[in-house]
Write a protein of this length. Sequence first.
Length: 390
Amino acid sequence: MKHYIFSILLCIIGATLTCCNSSTEEFYADIEQDRDNDEITSDDYEYQIPVIFHVLYQDSQDRKQYVDYTRIKELVAHVNELYQGDVYTYQEYDNSENIHIRFVLAEKNEQNQTLTQPGVEYIKWTGTYPIDCEKFMGDNSRRYTKYVWDPNEYINVMVYPFEQTKDESSITLGISVMPYQGAGFPQIEGLNNTKRTKLSKSNLKYAHCLCINSKYIYFESNRYKGITSESENTENLIYDANATLAHELGHYLGLHHVFAEKDNKPIESYADTDYCTDTKSYNRPAYNTWLSLYIENKRQEAESAGKDVIVLLSDMISRQNDTGDTWSSINLMDYSMSLNYQFTAQQRERIRQVLYYSPLIPGPKKERPNTRSTETATDEPLDLPVIIVK
């Protein structure tokens, strides 16, 4: 997820939220963790996906490097609420679909040893720091595969401070790989085909994972605190780490951005490019230009009146297509400014297809294709077509 920086900090007048809080303690796995021998009896089968956070730090006294374990647990709890669909609902906007996934903190490592702190390992980083997230994700030399646990059993989340990109007008909050299309399975548009039904960790030359920028990991919207009617601080909404993690997990499970893009970058277009017709597409670059002008106009108005700058959330989450239709941004696969809480029915279906059929995804699969019996297994590193998105 990428956020574009604007020149001033603002107070946002917010929307009315209904929410139910849940405990962070319920997200430990208490059985064989990814339950990959289960039989999928319906599309409401609840996947239980083990997650391991690899916290890469240099200074153990810096909480933005050596992230608090309690914060890790909070992130998992809030992401589960977002994927549940009915926890955070706004009275004036559509509800979200229940994806029927429960992310759980991994209890054991690859050697079947019980973790002292479920779901996290802290690794002292000796390389360049902060870390260039694009180089980390794009490295195909097997340099970073040692940090990844078996992707067929875990979702790997790397947590570290990102090096600032050359584009100083934007900040990258998270980055992820996209999943693969498995050979012989039903077609999932927009994914690279590996021509294999199954892949193993030993086939990887790159770190198959997602990464979260730890500089912003403590930011979160007021909604997680049960605050429903007060003004929202801009930074808390924009840098909300819970929404960032949910967004990157969406990519990891097959979702594209809702706005028009090409080669995983926003483009000057209104085309529908996310393979989900029930999400509304828009021109992201045009929106960024509009938002900059909106904020500048509000600043000038406030300066002339000798008042504080106040903007309306309803204005900034507004989107428009090329036919003049307008709507409010609520989808988790959009960039800020957005309420970032919704998955649509087709996004849910797309995630479920990836869970059922894609390799390197934990959990039970639907029936394997006949091609499996003729495929020659190999533990050798493969030149896999990697898609990396923010």
